[in-house]
Ligand binder design. Structure first.
Ligand code: GDP
Length: 471
């Protein structure tokens, strides 16, 4: 064990003692982590969740609300002074203003405190009066979570794996050429290092756009405030046999280790290890649309993500958690408003199969997990349209590009998830008997009544699973 790990452990003991004391006597705090890969829907989710807790008319499945015990929800200054605040007001204005549009997505970690006044259930409620419960919502890029896998790897192992995955991919062409041209044993030349890192980052960006999720290091995609720094100026290289001091290989190896030490570990220490409940948002429809390779990649990424929630697996994390652990994890397929509700059970079944697979592969026996299909902000209405002698369940919305109304049929998801997951795992190039479309809808103009949040699908059920037992 290294000294840093011991210190991490001590900080956590002090912190958990403090939390226990404050929870017993004062006001409990539940830290809800919200993650998912870029464009999974984190920003829209948090914005709509908060708006739907402040105005709760659309939240009947949240038990405390259904039972009339949730008296008030209000925003408060967050407890962590150095973490950026989640820009709720700007995002809400984007979604519900006179010219509704999607807000800018998550680029870095941010936080928001929402406090609830809740009457305890049962006899106690009448006797003790309302309690205050704080929900600290922490938004962070899922890409950063995948970096956990780097902690167990040397620069050599990571280079070999990354290059092996890149070689069959067409989009990796320019980057692979740059790697071939580089001499890992030659003296480091900073402009060359920068060019290699840039070529690698460009490849990762394209891989993400193609729907692939195995994109480490996560900060190459979302650098936060680290853009341009040496910890982000490296790339995988072909193995050098006897790399000398000062060589490209040795310096990249050193920067890779610095990245783990200075970037990955602090994130896990300062943010991740303090989370009580976690929601992982997944753009499953987007991956299905992108094709079998993207769906299989998502399947693998979910295993990696779940692995991060099983502290026993990783010595560094075990030290951080010290027996404490995330108690519940919700995997939610977002943007379910692209589907008519008759297809929601099929989307949920696909999510359940992905979670089951991830659990099996991560050898997972940790927190309670659940899979769900949700839409944080419902941009469509449903319709049924006669087409070639049958009735197609469609959705209608306004197109993001033109603002024009459009009806949309995304294709029929199979009843049995294995009809998608098996060909994906076997490396099929495209779906055999179907195409799955997606469409970019804009948020609909809304006229909200007092006490009403924006329209959504199952946001109340998601919250009930996450924190219902604590309200
Ligand atoms: P982030 O990168 O995870 O923060 O993702 P965002 O919250 O910015 O969402 C990315 C994009 O997904 C948005 O710009 C919307 O186009 C789309 N989106 C997110 N949530 C929903 C939803 O509930 N319904 C629909 N139709 N689209 C959504």
């Amino acid at each position: 064990m290294i000294l840093g790990d011991i210190a991490d452990g001590l900080t956590r003991v002090a912190e958990s003692t403090r939390n226990t004391v404050s929870e017993a006597f004062f006001e409990p705090v539940i830290r809800i982590g919200v993650t998912g890969l870029s464009r999974a829907g984190k920003t829209v989710f948090i914005t709509s969740l908060v708006a739907n807790l402040i105005g709760r008319a659309r939240m009947p499945a949240l038990q405390a609300q259904g039972e009339g015990r949730l008296q008030m929800a209000y925003l408060q200054p967050q407890p962590d002074d150095t973490v950026p605040r989640f820009d709720y007001e700007t995002h809400l204005a984007a979604l519900t203003g006179p010219d509704p549009h999607w807000p800018d997505g998550t680029r870095t970690v941010s936080e928001l405190r929402l406090s609830l006044r809740v009457l305890p259930s049962g006899l106690l409620g009448g006797l003790s009066g309302p309690r205050t419960i704080h929900l600290d919502i922490v938004d962070y890029p899922g890409e950063w979570l995948l970096d956990l896998s780097l902690l167990d790897k040397s620069y050599r192992e990571w280079s070999e794996e990354t290059l092996a995955r890149a070689r069959p991919r067409e989009i990796a062409g320019p980057f692979l050429q740059a790697v071939e041209a580089a001499d890992p044993s030659a003296r480091l030349d900073e402009p060359e290092a920068k060019a290699l890192a840039a070529a690698y980052a460009a490849y990762l960006t394209q891989a993400r756009e193609a729907g692939l999720s195995d994109c480490t290091p996560g900060r190459f995609l979302l650098p936060g405030d680290l853009a341009g720094s040496p910890v982000l100026t490296f790339a995988p290289l072909t193995v050098a046999d006897t790399p000398r001091r000062g060589s490209l290989w040795r310096e990249f190896d050193r920067r890779f280790e610095a990245y783990k030490r200075e970037v990955v570990k602090p994130f896990f220490r300062e943010h991740f290890a303090r989370i009580d409940r976690q929601v992982v948002l997944v753009d499953a429809l987007g991956a299905i649309h992108a094709g079998p390779a993207a769906l299989d990649d998502l399947r693998q990424a979910m295993g990696d993500i779940l692995g991060a929630f099983r502290p026993g697996r990783n010595a560094f994390l075990s030290q951080l958690f010290l027996g404490k652990r995330v108690e519940k994890i919700l995997f939610a397929a977002t943007k379910a408003d692209h589907l008519h509700h008759s297809q929601h059970p099929r989307l949920t079944a696909i999510m359940e199969a992905l979670v089951a697979d991830a659990k099996a592969r991560a050898d997972y026996a940790g927190a309670a997990t659940e899979a769900m299909s949700i839409a944080a902000l419902r941009a469509t209405t449903e319709d049924e349209v006669a087409h070639e002698g049958r009735t197609l369940p469609m959705v209608r919305g306004l197109l993001k590009e033109t603002g024009k109304p459009a009806a949309f049929y995304p294709g029929e998801l199979p009843e049995d998830p294995s009809h998608l997951l098996t060909p994906a795992r076997q490396g099929a190039e495209r779906w055999l008997d179907a195409d799955y479309a997606i469409m970019d809808f804009a948020p609909r103009p809304l006229t909200l009544k007092p006490g009403e949040g924006p329209p959504h699908i199952r946001l109340d059920r998601a919250l009930q699973f996450l924190v219902g037992d604590r309200l």
